[in-house]
Design a protein around this ligand. Structure first.
Ligand SMILES: Nc1ncnc2c1ncn2[C@@H]1O[C@H](COP(=O)(O)OP(=O)(O)OP(=O)(O)O)[C@@H](O)[C@H]1O
Ligand SMILES: [Mg+2]
Length: 529
């Protein structure tokens, strides 16, 4: 159980939230939602004690262990995989280190002996002897084979790294599990594994996600950060969404009588609870839903950024020709004899092996070398690249947002740069905050502004929808759909690919497949028959 009492926090002029009073109870899964920059990660950091609120306090049930998966993770690079997982239980890990240090001592005293036996006692009580095997089975569940367990974390791919950190958070059955965007960078199979794990989890889960499907599968409650408040609602994401839309339309329709509104609401709840009956919490949730009143639901105040790309000049006849390209990474032959030619107006979605696609894009923009084969850009082509990992653009960067963006702009005036930032929803004083404090989604918005400044005629985007809230995904989606030139991109978002791409290249184990068709036609052709 977690109690949040009267918590508030502001950064300068920006109020994140105030007057927060909530109780989280075991057996439930709370999905924390809100626009990019609303304060979700910050709220989790307050819950876990990483940062202090301006007012109020957090109380936990007795002897509750809490474990946390952070949104950004690079701190365990120098540890091996199994060790990193066991570190999820900090006390247990500390005992192991202390024990090893004692036994390694040359002048082992009586005192050391007593200390060692105390540690052994505590170690056994914490089921320390099963630590290795528990860690190993968690890793295997997530698809990390035993051959990788003794490797250093830094030698893993991004995808594997996230799985190790996830195993760390789940290790040792914590009473409270806090996850900040766990599905980012995870493949579909692992997401399903995580959903099952959370479904069986008996403690309290608090999870931030922008993934509608995931929220619907696992959540019993939604915690919405909006209007500078944090409110809790019973039900999953769809229920929250539909009820907030309903609230919005009821609010607009001021003339409607109160009784009629209440009737609308009751009908809605009845309809919804009839459908939501598959999870084990279904019946109790249904009862809770029935108690909801008009005042409990609120319209949302999400805003849409504006994303639009212009180009300085049109592409000529030669755009890009790739011939017999090969790349092997860590002994795995990722790209095999890849050949394709980009035609005018091609918007190509790359699907299949994510790692291969990341390396392909890096090769094409000159950040990496291929092992063999060639590629050639046409003379008229200017490219702009959106990397999957943007951390080095922001880590430790003390520039404010105007100066940050100025680095990438020919036109240096503040008014011009503020125009771009404003469209990305950083207005007034917000444009003066430092780049390094930005939230995950705000960083992506800045990276998109940087791209828009470049006026390139070929855009290359590696997972541009990661970290973005739904409003921003829609904005990027529309911007790319309306772009009048070439795109090479990859994304996990079905609708995004479907509405943008007119050509699909799938990178497969044996090579590749290249078709000029929409995503749904492609799936129908190769995966439904
Ligand atoms: N030290 C700081 N100083 C000033 N502003 C800060 C600081 N840390 C965070 N912020 C701001 O607080 C807001 C909330 O950030 P937070 O990371 O909690 O957002 P979030 O809801 O997790 O967003 P996302 O969905 O993009 O991850 C952001 O606007 C961020 O720029
Ligand atoms: Mg965040």
């Amino acid at each position: 159980m977690i109690n949040v009492n009267n918590v508030s926090l502001r950064y300068g002029a920006q109020k994140l939230f105030d007057d927060v009073n909530l109780t989280f109870t075991p057996g439930n899964c709370y999905g924390v939602i809100g626009a990019n920059g609303a304060g979700k990660s910050t709220f989790l950091k307050i819950l876990s004690g990483d940062i202090e609120a301006d007012t109020g306090d957090i109380t936990l049930g007795k002897n509750m262990r809490m474990s946390v998966l952070k949104q950004d993770h690079y701190e365990y690079d120098d540890f091996n995989v199994i060790q990193t997982v066991i570190m999820g239980n900090k006390r247990l890990y500390d005992i192991m280190i202390e024990k090893d240090a004692l036994y390694a001592k040359e002048d082992f005293t009586d005192e050391d002996g007593i200390k060692a036996s105390e540690l052994e006692g505590e170690f056994a009580e914490m089921d320390g002897w099963s630590a290795d095997s528990e860690a190993s089975s968690l890793l295997q569940g997530l698809g990390i084979p035993t051959s990788l367990h003794e490797k250093d974390v830094k030698d893993l791919t991004g995808n594997e790294k996230v799985k190790v950190l996830l195993a760390q958070a789940l290790f040792g059955k914590p009473g409270i599990l806090i996850l900040d965007e766990p599905t980012n960078h995870l493949d579909v199979k692992s997401i399903r594994w995580l959903q099952d794990f959370l479904g069986d989890f008996e403690g309290t889960v608090i999870v931030v996600s922008h993934d509608r499907h995931f929220l619907n599968e696992v959540c019993t409650h939604m915690v919405d950060i909006d209007f500078g408040k944090i409110k809790m609602f019973v039900g999953n994401y769809d229920f929250w969404y539909e009820s907030s839309q309903l609230a919005l339309s009821l609010m607009r329709d001021q003339n409607k009588k109160k009784e009629e509104k209440i009737k609308d609401l009751q009908n809605f709840i009845a309809r919804f609870s009839a459908n939501a009956s598959k999870s084990k919490q279904a019946t109790s949730r249904k009862k809770l839903l029935e108690k909801i009143t008009l005042d409990d639901i609120m319209p949302s105040s999400r805003r849409y950024p504006f994303v639009g790309f212009n180009m300085e000049r049109e592409v000529g006849n030669e755009i890009l020709t790739v011939e017999e390209l090969n790349k092997t990474v860590d002994g795995v032959h990722l790209i095999k004899n890849l050949s394709f030619r980009v035609n005018k107006y091609d918007k190509i979605a790359f699907i299949g092996d994510e790692l291969a696609i990341t390396h392909l894009f890096k090769i094409l923009i000159g950040e990496e070398n291929q092992d063999s084969g060639t590629f050639k850009w046409g003379q008229t082509i200017t490219t702009s690249y959106f990397p999957k990992d943007n951390s080095h653009f922001f880590e430790g960067v003390n520039l404010n947002l105007i100066d940050w963006l100025r680095q990438f702009s020919v036109e240096q005036s503040e008014i011009y740069l503020r125009g771009f930032l404003g469209r990305m929803l950083f207005s007034g004083e917000e444009a003066l905050k430092e780049a390094k404090v930005l939230s995950g989604g705000e960083k992506v918005r800045c990276m998109l502004s940087r791209m828009m400044l470049k006026d390139a005629n070929v855009l290359i985007l590696d997972q541009p929808t990661n970290h973005l809230d739904l409003e921003s995904i829609t904005a990027v989606n529309n911007g790319l759909r309306d772009f009048k030139s070439n795109l090479l991109f990859t994304s996990h978002d079905h609708q995004f690919i479907q509405t943008i791409a007119n050509r699909i290249i799938e990178i497969t184990k044996d090579g590749f497949r290249d078709r000029s068709m929409t995503y749904e036609e492609y799936i129908e052709e190769f995966y439904m028959k």
